[in-house]
Design a protein around this ligand. Structure first.
Ligand SMILES: NC(=O)c1ccc[n+]([C@@H]2O[C@H](COP(=O)([O-])OP(=O)(O)OC[C@H]3O[C@@H](n4cnc5c(N)ncnc54)[C@H](O)[C@@H]3O)[C@@H](O)[C@H]2O)c1
Ligand SMILES: O=C(O)[C@H](O)COP(=O)(O)O
Length: 529
């Protein structure tokens, strides 16, 4: 196997380069490349992995050229610079490092709050200009003031903890914050209007979504307390910058400290130039410690995926630990092949898929297995679907996917049964993994069989009558098609029978036509795995 190749296109700590090298991964470190879209598009086709921060924008246009890309690793939290649906559609795992820079960013928010409260940047500039304006700068005390946190997740709750340590009162607006968690971290969970009315300082810590965009709109800024100070170290676009500038000019808002802007890099912005505004150029995560953390973590995660199939912190796929990956691997192959078997036989629109996991397999990561089964099922119809993109593609096509896990009810330690409901019929197929790690098909439409999946197979359903095998073998022999293995099954003597036959080489269409003329044959189909 040739070593995977990773491109680092943003200013990551060199610690990441070392990790990749130590793990035997080839790495190109081009810290400014992310800003050059054309160059990135030109070379991205050479890499299996792309490690980024926020400067690289991974657009559908870049992804179009990313023919061998398997993983994008964001050394940081926000993945809004990556087109996740486009990456998912191409089967590319997108992972981030959700905690590595949280403390650092929370500290930046607290630092920004103090910078505003004591006008430190302006006082610094004035002092260094030799003005000694001792009477110009009159600050406010933080102790006893109310901090309103919008978005109380990882960073918001660290900010809350620090603020409580500073003897502030903390109220939080976050619809997903449970009352128990609020109690745990010592904040009062409130509605947005209540927060706006009560907070002396407001700090934002949500991602930018359709719901959070302009959460501090002109209307909401008008509901704030006169003299409020606003800190944004989360994402540009959470605050209407023009409306905030107006409220600052009118003296309703006493100050604003922004690390993030609607357009970045921000070379101009409505907030710039106001005496009570403090700005930093998206430095929330910029400490030696945080950068070391996220670089090490992203390099480890990407290496684990590229070398061992382990997935952690992916935003578009369930996690698979390094220990779990080897156990899962044969079952991923089984699920994909069962899906492929059903997919190759399906000729009408699929309505739903039900996957049952019994026995030991029920304790594995069944979400990953179901994704593999759906990928196998859809691939005969939609060539480039894969394990990452399959669940989304199924959803887009209105295919309902259901899962059941239960203890073993059959002779097998582990059994996976896939049932596909199409417009015309319901088809079930089941398989297991033998001790040699090879997946086997053990049941088709309720009929017991026992066959390995082979590269070229013929599947026949027929009436269980004498003479079929002789004629079938004759047709193949006359056509020069060699039979490698032959598996038979039937529901009852004289009932419905199936044959699953491994052959060497491709099955000519004429052979299938001839098989179909054997009396009692209902269906004959060539399958490939
Ligand atoms: N300035 C920087 O350099 C920097 C560094 C790190 C993170 N960030 C940004 O900070 C933000 C928060 O990061 P985090 O790690 O705390 O994320 P997180 O997912 O842990 O927390 C986000 C919180 O926002 C809440 N939320 C979601 N929708 C909401 C809504 N409509 N109203 C109110 N709350 C809502 C969620 O429930 C969650 O608790 C992200 O946007 C991240 O990209 C910025
Ligand atoms: O979401 C994040 O992690 C921050 O915005 C940090 O971004 P950066 O790594 O580009 O500084």
């Amino acid at each position: 196997m040739t070593a995977p190749k990773v491109l680092i296109s943003d200013a990551l700590s060199p610690a990441a380069v070392q990790i990749f090298k130590d793990r035997g991964i080839e790495v190109d470190f081009q810290p400014n490349l992310g800003k050059d879209k054309d160059k990135l598009a030109e070379i991205i086709g050479n890499y299996d992995g792309l490690a980024i921060r926020s400067a690289t924008k991974v657009t559908p246009k870049i992804l179009e050229q990313a023919s061998r890309l398997k993983v994008i690793g964001r050394a940081g939290i926000g993945v809004d610079n990556v087109d996740i649906p486009a990456a998912t559609a191409k089967g590319i795992i997108v992972m981030n490092t959700p905690f590595g820079n949280s403390i650092t960013t929370a500290e930046h928010a607290i630092a920004m709050m103090f910078a505003l409260a004591r006008e430190i940047p302006a006082a610094d500039a004035s002092t260094q200009a030799g003005k000694w304006e001792k009477n110009r700068f009159m600050g406010v005390e933080i102790t006893g003031k109310t901090l309103g946190i919008i978005g109380c997740g990882n960073i918001g709750s660290i900010v809350a903890e620090r603020a409580l340590g500073l003897r502030m009162k903390v109220v939080a607006y976050d619809p997903f914050l449970s009352p128990e968690r609020a109690l745990d971290i010592g904040v009062e969970k409130v509605e947005l209007d209540d927060l706006l009315a009560r907070a002396d300082v407001i700090t934002l810590h949500t991602p930018l979504t359709e719901k959070t965009k302009n959460v501090l709109s002109a209307e909401n800024i008008a509901k704030t307390k006169k003299g409020v100070r606003i800190v944004n170290c989360a994402r540009g676009g959470l605050v209407d910058e023009a409306a905030l500038r107006k409220a600052l000019d009118e003296g309703h808002v006493a100050g604003a400290a922004f690390d993030v802007f609607t357009i970045e890099p921000a070379t101009e912005n409505p907030l710039f130039g106001h005496p009570n505004v403090v700005c930093t150029p998206h430095l929330g995560a910029a400490t030696t410690e945080a950068q070391e953390n996220v670089a090490l973590q992203v390099a480890e995660q990407m290496s684990d995926y590229l070398l061992r199939g382990a997935i952690s912190n992916a935003v578009n796929f369930p996690s698979i630990t390094a220990e779990e990956a080897p156990k899962l691997k044969p079952f991923i192959a089984l699920a994909e092949k069962l899906g492929s078997f059903a997919g190759q036989l399906t000729e009408t629109g699929m309505k739903s898929v039900h996957i049952t996991y019994e026995g030991t397999v029920a304790h594995l990561n069944t979400r990953a297995l179901s994704s593999a089964a759906i990928a196998g099922l859809l691939r005969p119809i939609l060539q480039d679907v894969n394990v990452v993109s399959a669940p989304v593609v199924a959803k887009e096509r209105g295919i309902v996917v259901e899962e059941t896990v239960r203890e073993a009810e059959h002779d097998y330690d582990a059994l996976v049964t896939l049932t596909v409901v199409t417009e015309r019929q319901t088809r079930s197929v089941a398989g297991t993994v033998f001790a040699n790690g090879k997946p086997r098909i053990v049941n088709i439409k309720g009929i017991t069989v026992d066959a390995e999946f082979a590269p070229s197979m013929i599947y026949v359903t027929n009436e269980d009558k004498p003479g079929f095998i002789g004629r079938f073998a004759g047709i193949l022999g006359n056509a020069g098609v060699n039979i490698a293995t032959f598996a038979l099954g039937r529901d009852a003597p004289g009932g419905s029978a199936i044959a699953l036959v491994e052959v060497d080489g491709e099955v000519p269409a004429k052979v299938l036509e001839d098989i179909q003329t054997i009396p009692g044959v209902k269906q004959a189909k060539a399958l490939t795995f």
